[in-house]
Design a protein around this ligand. Structure first.
Ligand SMILES: Nc1ncnc2c1ncn2[C@@H]1O[C@H](COP(=O)(O)OP(=O)(O)OP(=O)(O)O)[C@@H](O)[C@H]1O
Ligand SMILES: [Zn+2]
Length: 893
């Protein structure tokens, strides 16, 4: 078996990776954590699925991805195979979404079936694969540390020796099973034999004969009694039939007798009824006479000629006609009376209405008149006022007659006067000031003079030349005083003139206002005059209208009285008609009475007729009955003769005897005999079944004896088989151990040929011992780490070779896979490992896959595969380096 191609997607650190795997030695290298081991794991996982994992299924899918795909192609035994797996993660669970194995014999699907198929193809399950071909990283010590029995199991399993042990165990189990069955069968056989001996002691045949002859005797007795019983039964039947015949005759006789009695009583009953009927008919005759009298007197009360139905009906029709006439008239009259009443009422209302309107008119006329009177009074007073005002204006005009101006110019005059006066006042004031100044100057001069100084210049003058100046000044004062006095009187007269002008202005204003009042008064007078006239006219008109309304009202009242009188007349007619209707009703009632009497009479006649018929029928029926009676009496006489009392007595006696016999035989004798017979039969049955059982027991004993014999020989065979398998395995193992020991020594020599160790011993129980040159023995666990690694590799390679030589051809071995085999080795030993690899190759191992950093191993590779992890994406890639360039590998590492 060889891998040819592996392709990964999202498997652990890989996103998309693909690698063709070739024959020869392939070295996979790369830095720590770059994904080398994962690549090998992927191949292993492709073959065995989850069984190949140390972790869980989720771990194989690249963290953060939903699914992973692994595809592995390999050739095996001349066929090409391809496995494809897809793992899907959902939530925190991963499942195998697809798992297909395609091979030359077809397609296998489903994780379990694919795993089984691979295991049977390679003849190893996942565990065996690891033990044989796949040396996983860090598992150097696995085989060394294993106990000999574990080792034995592993190797036995690989070499399929386990199967022999399994067969031996199966044979052992079969032997034990056979022993169990044999023991139980033997005890059953013993039991049956003792049962047979017990039954044989009982002398069953003699007992059966005695019982059978007893049974024959009892049977004979039973049949004798049964014959006697049958005879007694027929005697009893004959007597019984005689008795039955007589009883029947008696019964018929009594039937006839009771029929006769019944007929007689019916005849007399019906005769009594006929008498009653005759009485009733007579009574009805009397009633009819009475009714005839009643009818006659009732007819007399009506105007009927005769009391016939036709006459009554005709009369009724006449009455009905009359009634409908009256009713028609009545309804007309009622309507008319109603209409007249309504008219009278309306007229009455209308009259009242007219009267009240007349009253309203009159009141309105009164109001108009009083308005007119008021206006007249006002008019008079207005006219008086007018005369007063006119005289006042005339007075004012008179005053103006003496005035300097005409009425209308007084205001201008006043202005003129006032101007003149203020001019005079100004002149007066000037003059007074001048006067005052003149007086002051005079006083000054006089004082100077009195002091002897010049009154003009102030110079002291003795006897001054300027004395005349004082006189001038005195003259000035005097003339100014005269001027002032004149002016004062002018002002006084002007004051009076202003006053007079002011009075004129006042008068003028008053005259204007009086003229205004006058025109106003004239308007009002005109208005009042108009009112006076219009109101007087309106009042007269209204009074005329009121008189007209009154006249109309009294007309309406008269008409109302007339209609009321008419209504009274019509109402009287209505009453008369109603009385007529009552009279009609009475007549009709009389007719009803006649009719009902006539009906009653007819009913009575019918009843009487029916009674007569019934009386007739009864007579006829009784005649018939009398004939029947005669017949029955004859029959009675016949039957009385036929009854024979003596025969009845003898039959009764015979019957009693037979019954007594039957009672005894059936209730005592026969049941007892039958019980005896049943008892004997069941005892016979018991003995017979005992005999049958004995036969059965004998048959079973024979069969069991045969089976026990067969089991005994089977037991011998199985025991032989068991020991044969055991021997065979021990034999084979011994041979394997010898070969393995040889191969182990060869390999170990190759990888660790130094001076210290001479050989390794593998004993029959797979115990390993290493011998030193000086002959001392060592447990492999005592070796150093590197030695143990080499020892382990040797052991693995030896096992691989053993398998290759043992079973290759039948099931070509998978590639030899070594994950980091050099970890514990020093450089010298790495080159030994290279030798080992070459040795394995030369021994025909087609494909060897090694994960390693070591340059020596890299150098020995036929193919170099480089695994790299992108430090940014953290995803790995795989790449073949066709010509291994050690220098570059070293530089990279
Ligand atoms: N499910 C996963 N998803 C993503 N990366 C994973 C997953 N499982 C493992 N890895 C990564 O893959 C790497 C482990 O790969 P592997 O063991 O194949 O490396 P290696 O090359 O054999 O290393 P060494 O030389 O140390 O043995 C680790 O870096 C780990 O983080
Ligand atoms: Zn690794």
């Amino acid at each position: 078996m060889r891998f040819t191609h592996v392709a990964l997607r999202n498997f652990k650190p890989y996103d998309d990776a693909e690698l063709d795997v070739r024959d020869g030695v392939t070295v996979i290298h790369g830095v720590n954590g770059s994904g080398k081991s994962s690549l090998l794991e992927a191949c292993f996982f492709a073959l065995y699925g989850s069984k190949a994992l140390s972790g869980t299924l989720e771990d194989v899918v690249t963290t953060g991805e939903d699914d992973a795909e692994i595809e592995l192609e390999f050739v095996h035994d001349g066929g090409t195979y391809r496995i494809e797996r897809r793992i899907r993660v959902s939530g925190d669970r991963a499942t195998t979404a697809k798992c297909v194995l395609e091979g030359p014999d077809g397609t296998v699907e489903g994780a379990r079936d694919v795993r089984r198929h691979v295991a049977s193809l390679l003849r190893m399950d996942a565990e065996a694969f690891v033990n044989c071909a796949y040396v996983q990283q860090g598992e150097v010590n696995k085989l060394i540390n294993a106990s000999p029995s574990q080792r034995q199991d592993m190797i036995d399993d690989l070499l399929q020796l386990g199967k022999l042990e399994e067969y031996r165990e199966r044979a052992g189990n079969a032997r034990l099973g056979v022993e169990d069955v044999l023991t139980s069968k033997r005890s059953v056989l013993d039991d049956i034999e003792s049962q047979i001996a017990a039954k044989e002691d009982e002398d069953l045949h003699a007992r059966l004969n005695a019982l059978e002859s007893d049974l024959a005797e009892v049977d004979e007795k039973v049949s004798n009694y049964e014959a006697q019983r049958d005879k007694a039964k027929s005697t009893l039947d004959a007597a019984q039939s005689t008795l039955d015949e007589h009883a029947e005759k008696r019964e018929r006789l009594s039937e006839v007798e009771s029929a006769i009695e019944e007929l007689q009583s019916k005849v007399s009953e019906d005769e009594a009824e006929r008498d009653t009927l005759t009485d009733r008919i007579r009574e009805l005759d009397a009633k009819l006479d009475e009714l005839d009298d009643d009818i006659e007197s009732a007819v007399a009360e009506t105007d009927l000629d005769e009391a016939s139905d036709d006459a009554i009906d005709a009369r009724r029709d006449t009455l009905a006609e009359r009634e409908s006439e009256i009713r028609e008239e009545l309804s007309e009259s009622r309507q008319r009376a109603q209409a007249l009443r309504t008219q009278a009422e309306r007229l009455e209302e209308r009259a009242t209405d007219l009267e009240s309107r007349a009253e309203e008119k009159r009141e309105a006329a009164d109001a108009d008149e009083s308005t007119a009177d008021e206006a007249a009074t006002e008019l008079e007073s207005f006219r008086e006022k007018r005369a007063d005002i006119e005289s006042s204006i005339a007075d004012i005009d008179e005053q103006f007659a003496d005035a300097p101006v005409e009425r209308g110019s007084a205001a201008a005059l006043l202005d003129e006067r006032r101007t003149e006066r203020s001019e005079a006042r100004e002149s007066l004031a000037e003059t007074e000031t001048e006067l005052k100044n003149a007086r002051e100057r005079l006083t000054e001069a006089e004082e100077l003079r009195d002091a002897g100084k010049c009154p003009e210049c102030g110079q002291p003058v003795d006897g001054s030349p300027h004395v005349d100046a004082i006189d001038d000044r005195e003259a000035d004062v005097e003339s100014l005083e005269a001027e002032r006095d004149e002016l004062e009187s002018t002002v006084e007269s002007l004051d009076a003139a202003v006053e007079a002008a002011e009075r004129l202005v006042e008068l003028e204003t008053r005259a204007d206002s009086l003229t205004d009042s006058l025109s106003h008064l004239d308007d009002r007078i005109e208005d009042r005059e108009k009112t006076l006239e219009s109101r007087r006219e309106a009042a007269t008109e209204k009074r005329e209208t009121a008189d007209e309304l009154d006249a109309e009202a009294s007309e309406k009242r008269e008409a109302a009285t007339t209609q009321a009188e008419r209504a009274d007349t019509v109402e009287a007619t209505v009453e008369d008609l109603e009385a007529d209707l009552d009279a009609l009703e009475t007549r009709r009632e009389r007719l009803d009475r006649v009719e009902s009497l006539v009906e009653t009479r007819a009913d009575t006649v019918d009843t009487q007729e029916r009674l007569r018929e019934r009386r007739e029928t009864l007579a006829e029926v009784n005649d018939e009955r009398r004939e029947h009676l005669t017949e029955r009496r004859n029959r009675r006489a016949e039957l009385r003769e036929a009854v024979d009392e003596a025969a009845v007595e003898s039959a009764k006696k015979r019957k009693q005897n037979a019954e007594a016999y039957l009672e005894k035989v059936e209730t005592e004798v026969l049941p007892k005999l039958r019980d005896q017979r049943d008892d004997l039969q069941s005892r016979i049955g018991g003995v017979q079944s005992d005999l049958e059982r004995l036969d059965e027991l004998r048959e079973r004993r024979d069969a069991l004896a045969e089976r026990v014999g067969a089991l005994e020989s089977l037991h011998d065979e199985v025991s032989t088989l068991e020991s044969t398998y055991g021997d065979l395995r021990a034999d084979l193992r011994q041979r394997n151990v010898e070969v393995l020991e040889r191969m182990l020594n060869e390999t170990f020599d190759l990888v660790y040929a130094n001076d210290a160790y001479s050989r390794i011993r593998l004993d029959g129980e797979y115990g390993l011992t290493v011998f030193q040159k000086d002959g001392t023995a060592l447990d492999p666990e005592q070796l150093s780490g590197g030695e143990r690694a080499l020892f382990n590799l040797s052991l693995r390679c030896a096992i691989y070779r053993l398998l290759a030589e043992g079973i290759d051809g039948a099931a070509p071995l998978p590639p030899l896979i070594l994950d980091e085999p050099t970890v514990f080795l020093d450089t010298g030993h790495v080159s030994r490992l290279v030798d080992l690899v070459e040795d394995m190759q030369s021994r025909g191992v087609k494909q060897i896959l090694i994960v390693s950093h070591d340059d020596e191993l890299v150098g020995a590779a036929d193919d170099l595969v480089r695994v790299e992890k992108n430090p940014t994406t953290n995803r790995s890639t795989v790449e073949r380096t066709d010509a291994p360039d050690i220098a570059s590998v070293l530089a990279d590492d």
